[in-house]
Design a protein around this ligand. Structure first.
Ligand code: NCD
Length: 404
């Protein structure tokens, strides 16, 4: 435990620090999720396996309510009273725009005071304070820690630290994973399914079901909701934490087909662990090498209900990645305006953002396509995250009472 402590990458999270949690980190998802739960539901949100369809329904209902109450000054002011006695720490030592800002906006909607650490060089980490001591300090001053770090195991280890403190009768606070290395991004999955649920109601702007009735005339198999759909994920499948977390949540719905479209380089492709997990959940999994591929002898795009585009995340390049990825032709993974028009007219085009302005996996010409949901998706992050805070602080009934 000597030597220079570099704070700018995952390696700085020396495994030694999590040594005491090794046994817990190795357990099955089900055992872990039990430890992250409490009587009211979720105590710490660490991974997407905790997000069940019932939980999604409750978050979506509350997100809709918060959205509605925020539109009027009087009720927006009442919302700000709900958590005005609480403080949040946003500990984001990996780059972030949307997740950081939408969490901050969500806190503001509910009246929580926010503070942030974004650059570990300004914290005592440079004085060789351990990451765990840092987190325990935050828990002394704040009531929730929302964190994004390059380490896949850090948020989870913090949840164990908090639970151990709780069992000793000491102060603890909830931990929310806002992105753990290339591993998981459960709150992104939450806003993604919120967006998909709204989209797959197929209602028009006024909320009337006329559009669904109309669509069903020419497509009798079409149903409302997340079940019975084809979800196509394209781009950096192997290192995409948003892909992994969303696929895990969607795998809990009935009759789901997932298609993974990735370039021919191993670190970008679907890994066997995720594939096995999805197949165990009865997902019909397919892997293809182009957006122009066919599935069951028909064009993939024409059968896709949701196309989830992602960026090639070069910041995770290691070993031969840089050299091999440079050589790839990425055009089969680019959603041109022409390809976008081959999707069914009800399909949703999603992207967690940021999109790569050089590679242009979604060029700006697609932004005016009525299927493009990605800007709405980003805004939905604010409502879904506010609903998550309502859940964690156990004030759902208070929120509902505001609706009269
Ligand atoms: C993603 C992330 O950071 O994992 N963005 C996000 O949180 N909305 C995806 C990415 O960086 O490509």
């Amino acid at each position: 435990m000597t030597g220079r402590l570099s704070t700018d990458d995952g390696n700085s999270f020396r495994r030694m620090e999590f040594y005491q949690y090794q046994e817990r980190l190795k357990r099955s998802a089900a055992e872990k999720n039990h430890e992250f739960a409490c009587e009211q539901g979720i105590r710490h949100l660490i991974n997407a396996g905790q997000i069940t369809p019932d939980f999604v329904d409750s978050i979506c209902a509350h997100a809709d309510l918060i959205r509605k109450l925020s539109a009027k000054r009087e009720t927006a002011n009442q919302l700000r009273e709900l958590l005005s006695h609480r403080r949040a720490m946003l500990y984001f030592t990996q780059p972030s725009t949307r997740t950081f800002l939408s969490f901050m906006a969500a806190c503001q909607i509910l009246g929580l005071t926010c503070n942030e650490v974004r650059d570990p060089r300004t914290s005592s980490e440079v004085k060789r304070e351990s990451h765990m001591d840092g987190i325990r300090m935050f828990s002394s001053y704040f009531d929730i820690i929302i964190m994004r770090t390059p380490s896949p195991e850090f948020a989870e280890s913090c949840a164990y630290l908090m639970n151990d403190l709780a069992s000793l009768g000491k102060r603890w606070v909830p931990i929310v994973n806002a992105g753990s290395g290339s591993d998981e991004h459960p709150t992104q999955a939450l806003l993604d399914v919120y967006t998909l649920k709204r989209t797959f109601q197929f209602t028009d702007r006024s909320g009337s079901p006329g559009r669904f009735v109309d669509l069903q005339k020419s497509n009798p198999a079409l149903i409302q909701g997340l079940s019975g759909k084809t979800y196509t994920f394209c781009g950096d499948i192997g290192r995409g934490r948003t892909v992994r977390s969303l696929a895990i949540v969607l795998s809990q719905y009935e009759n789901v087909r997932m298609v993974f479209v990735a370039p021919a380089w191993k670190s970008l492709q679907l890994d066997s662990m995720l594939r096995d997990r999805l197949q165990r959940a009865n997902v019909d999994v397919h892997v293809v090498d182009s957006l122009d591929a066919e599935l069951d002898h028909r064009p993939l795009l024409g059968q896709t209900d949701c196309l989830y585009m992602t960026r090639i995340q070069r910041e995770y390049d290691s070993g031969d990645d840089s050299r091999e990825i440079e050589k790839l032709d990425l055009s089969p993974f680019q959603l041109t305006a022409e390809r976008a028009n081959r999707l069914p007219r009800w399909a949703a085009i999603m992207h967690p953002f940021p999109r790569d302005s050089h590679v242009q996996e979604i060029p700006e010409s697609v932004d005016t396509n009525p299927r493009a949901m990605y800007f709405r998706q980003a805004r939905n992050g604010m409502w879904a995250r506010a609903a998550l805070l309502v859940h964690i602080f156990g004030i759902g009934a208070e929120l509902e009472s505001m609706a009269g």
